[in-house]
Write a protein that binds this ligand. Structure first.
Ligand SMILES: [Mg+2]
Length: 93
């Protein structure tokens, strides 16, 4: 099953779109907790990886829910990376 099909099936459930958006918020919070533990010297690689996988899946769903095209996402990311390099005085190639 593709992420597109998976997302559509979940969003087609009653209240599904809102549930998935709230789920994304929850997963990002869980990753925040795990990353904070890491910075405090109490991180557990397995937990961090688990939450990164959860957030990655939720981001893939948000991309579908909010209708990004692959091209649009690519160029938005490219622009953000370039601007970050510029802010840091680094050369973007
Ligand atoms: Mg999680």
């Amino acid at each position: 099953m593709t992420v597109q099909d998976y997302t559509k099936a979940l969003c087609d459930l009653p209240g599904g779109r809102e549930v998935q958006i709230r789920h994304a918020i929850q997963e990002m919070a869980e990753l925040t907790v795990e990353l904070t533990k890491e910075l405090d010297g109490e991180g557990e690689m397995r937990q961090i990886r688990e939450e990164v996988a959860d957030v990655h899946l939720m981001l893939a769903q948000l991309i579908e829910i909010f209708g990004f095209s692959r091209t649009e996402l690519f160029w938005m990311q490219e622009d953000k990376m370039r601007r970050t390099f510029e802010r840091k005085g680094m050369t973007w190639e």
